[in-house]
Design a protein around this ligand. Sequence first.
Ligand code: GDD
Ligand code: MG
Length: 374
Amino acid sequence: MKTLILAGGLGTRLRPLSCTRPKLLFPIANRPIIDLILERLGACGVKEVVLAVNFLADVLEQTCGKSKYGMQLHYSRDKLLDSERTYSPEKALGTGGPVKQAEELLGRDAPFFVLNGDILTDADYLEILNAHKNNNSIATIALRRVADPSRYGTVEITKENRIRKFVEKPIRGAPSNLINAGVYVFEPDIFNFIPTGKRCSIEKDVFPNLATEGLLFGHEITDLWVDIGKPADLIEANRLWLEAHEEAARHFVDTKVDRNVEIKSKVSIGNGVAIGCGSVIGPNVSLGKSVHVGEGVHIKDSIVFPSTYISDLATIEGAIIGEFVRLGKKARIRRGCLIGDNVKIKSHVSLSQNVKVCPSKIISKSVPSSECIM
Ligand code: GDD
Ligand code: MG
């Protein structure tokens, strides 16, 4: 069984951290998201994976290489045909175009999986495949029940799981609270529904047509599922993953955690992390490798990337902190803040909620309202 992972989005809502690293390399419990996805696919018997890449393709390719978890990895870069029908390599193909572009790699002899690359799930892919085999259809999509369907693809479905209507991000009234979970099984005939070399949205240009023709089915999943689009989603994904995976919350090697540190479960502590006396870490914290945490620091609901230095008495809550950041004494970082790599935040500086700081900035004064510091 082959799998295509859509991995070429710009990750705009995770800027500035997504300017230099693709979303798939963001860490959850100290492991890049791509590793968590690949490991699960491998366990479900997948042998070959095509990564449909575009933005920051080289970074992903260099990091992941040609094989992982016993699977062969291929990279398919978006190529858009312009009006002269020559390739414009810088352009994005959307969520459908990359599937058509990978036709040769995926082949026409068997069904295959397609995954949105920004979904973290414990779904059993084989169960979705089995459901697909029972439907006489071109596509089966995993569906998940959510409280607010408006930011997702939504469906109207029959008792037999045939999708009657597919509406991407409905402006008014979703047909149900079952949403497209971004995990699909496609028959090779799907290639007949996608144009070559053109930008195409699988959700807007393909699924509604398949639904009208009665060729689209759904299969509800109830497992852990989260879309990592926004900073708060990434933090929530970290929490859910730590809760669901006992081994993810283990402490790694060479850590120096003072006896008087309070760890509030669940927390992931990377290799070589040091934490000083009187600090309170957790719940829901991941500290990347070689992070230094001083004394009397409070961190909760946050992800700290590797090699960051947090001075005494600093507070971080609900934030994502990049690599090689330096937080001064008593610095305060609030919910929704995103701190770029190599930023320096001076002592006593306090950031209000949702402040974004671009890489390598030096912040010497408190920031009282949410803004992006460029
Ligand atoms: N190669 C490539 N090229 N990949 C792309 C492109 C592109 O031009 N555009 C988006 N992708 C990838 C993204 O990286 C992401 O992994 C996936 O396609 C989905 O795109 P998003 O931009 O994240 O879509 P969304 O989150 O707004 O909505 C999608 O996901 C929801 C579930 O989380 C839709 O599939 C919804 O229907 C669905 O409910
Ligand atoms: Mg998304």
